[in-house]
Design a protein around this ligand. Structure first.
Ligand SMILES: C[S@@+](CC[C@H](N)C(=O)[O-])C[C@H]1O[C@@H](n2cnc3c(N)ncnc32)[C@H](O)[C@@H]1O
Length: 474
């Protein structure tokens, strides 16, 4: 059940939200947005006392607010307790899940206490085109991009959360009837609410990660005219940037983050800012399949192995601690040991050049500088990272499955193709930079000497094998 945006001023008035010279309206291509009702400018930065929008603290929705709500809402508290007061994000999503079930099932839904968010949810878009919401036909647009693995992993995590919630709440008769038996809620609702949350939550200076009604109607621009803050009364406020002029009828915008990459913008907000200058990506790495230490390396590293690639001031930079760990073995000075503490607990420890580096493993790139021939290690790492980037590049350049307007929404197609184009360009330049580095490492004195010595020992070996054979034949 959706409410028309024309009803928002009445909701705002009832809930003490003040709009000053701005209003929420439908924009040409970005859903709702906030526009100015008169020429705005603030040469002296006085909007602190006259914000464009002020939202009372009790409407700010975050984990703390959900816990406060639960104190007064016995049924909801039961639900929260059953789910185990999970992460702050899950607490907020659970609260939203109940409000949206209440909206879709109003006739029968009289459990718990309704609140301003129940109605506010009805102003929010019914479709938010974040990649987690893309269909099976749309997701192949991400093949080879840095989002391919990230979106799959996010969907699996959402599935686990949803199953956990279903299991925990099925034991409470009233929630079992309302959420599951009535069919009010499905996995798609959970995915939708997660997308709403991700694309609308703000990082407030005092309240932290929160959803704020009405301020979440403001669109992004890399040339933002406004910013949000919290005033001494802890209200969330929208302020004009000092020195900025917004003409009557023009959109007021904020920045969703100047340094976010195209993939991050698409993942969190469902669009890519074509004017953004931030160029970076993060790709997954895997240990070599024939590495006997692969499992130990993964466990010791403790997080998903990745390579970060960025263009900064026109030059390519890349970084990957795991790539270094991936390329060393026992002969280089790497060792894994199981140590036992006084309580009998066992821990996998990593030793590098005989020093325990378990706690510093995430900085292995730095530690690896003590390798006996650092240029040789760098060469191995460069070759391995280059191969990884090239395989993504190959997928990015391969043909996409056929797609037509009936199966792929225009917005997904446009964003998918733009992401592919941005990441292809960055990966092409990165693989070229790696090729150059590889060629110059191959000429380094240490490397030439090392490879020469390897050749000699190999030919000695071949010589030995030949003479052994000769022995055998004699
Ligand atoms: C916080 S909401 C802003 C209000 C939103 N337009 C609405 O209709 O409710 C964030 C969402 O607005 C849209 N959006 C914001 N800035 C945009 C931009 N510069 N280009 C395209 N879409 C934008 C995206 O869909 C994003 O997920």
């Amino acid at each position: 059940m959706a409410l028309p945006i024309q009803d928002l001023p009445a909701w705002a008035c009832l809930n003490d939200v003040s709009f000053n010279n701005v209003e929420v309206t439908t924009t040409e291509d970005r859903g709702y947005g906030v526009i100015s009702q008169k020429d705005l400018n603030d040469p002296e930065g006085t909007t602190d006392t006259h914000p464009l929008l002020a939202v009372p603290h009790d409407l700010v929705l975050n984990s703390l607010a959900v816990e406060e709500h639960a104190k007064e809402d016995r049924e909801f508290k039961q639900l929260l307790d059953a789910v185990g007061h999970h992460s702050p994000r899950v607490n907020v999503l659970l609260f939203l899940l109940v409000q949206s079930a209440r909206n879709s099932n109003t006739q029968h839904f009289n459990v718990g206490i309704s609140n301003p968010w129940t109605q506010y949810l009805q102003f929010l878009p019914e479709t938010v085109l974040l990649p987690t919401v893309w269909t099976e036909d749309e997701r192949p647009l991400l093949r080879g991009t840095s989002l391919e693995v990230a979106v799959g992993a996010k969907l699996r995590a959402l599935d686990n959360e949803f199953e956990m919630i279903r299991e925990a709440s099925s034991n409470i008769p009233c929630w079992n009837d309302l959420l599951w038996h009535s069919g009010a809620v499905s996995f798609n609702d959970w995915v939708h609410l997660d997308a709403l949350y991700r694309s609308r939550c703000l990082e407030l200076p005092k309240s932290g990660e929160s959803m704020v009604p009405c301020i979440d109607m403001i669109n992004h621009s890399s040339k933002a005219s406004a910013y949000y803050d919290q005033n001494p009364r802890d209200e969330a406020v929208l302020l004009l940037r000092p020195g900025v002029t917004v003409s009557k009828g023009q959109e007021v915008t904020i920045s969703y983050g100047d340094t976010k990459s195209a993939a991050e913008m698409l993942f969190s907000y469902g669009f890519i800012d074509p004017e953004s200058t931030s160029e970076s990506l993060v790709l997954p790495l895997a240990p070599f399949p024939d590495d006997p230490l692969a499992k130990a390396k993964l466990v010791a590293f403790g997080k998903a192995p990745r390579v970060h690639v960025a263009r900064e001031s026109g030059s390519i930079r890349w970084e990957s601690s795991f790539a270094y760990l991936q390329c060393v073995n026992e002969e280089d000075g790497l060792d894994f040991r199981i140590l036992q503490d006084n309580d009998g607990n066992q821990q996998l420890c990593v030793f590098w050049q005989d020093a325990d580096v378990t706690e510093q493993i995430s900085e292995f790139q730095k530690l690896a500088q003590t390798h006996p021939i650092p240029e040789i290690l760098r060469l191995r790492v460069v070759v391995s990272v280059q191969e990884n980037l090239e395989s993504h590049l190959e997928q990015l350049k391969s043909e996409l499955p056929p797609h037509d307007a009936s199966s792929v929404r225009q917005e997904c197609l446009r964003n998918g193709l733009l992401l592919r184009q941005i990441e292809t360009s960055l990966l092409e330049d990165a693989t070229q930079a790696l090729e150059q580095e590889k060629n110059s490492l191959l000429k380094a004195e240490n490397v030439v000497a090392y490879l020469g010595s390897m050749e000699t020992s190999n030919s000695d070996l071949v010589g030995e094998e030949v003479s052994n054979e000769a022995d055998d034949f004699s």
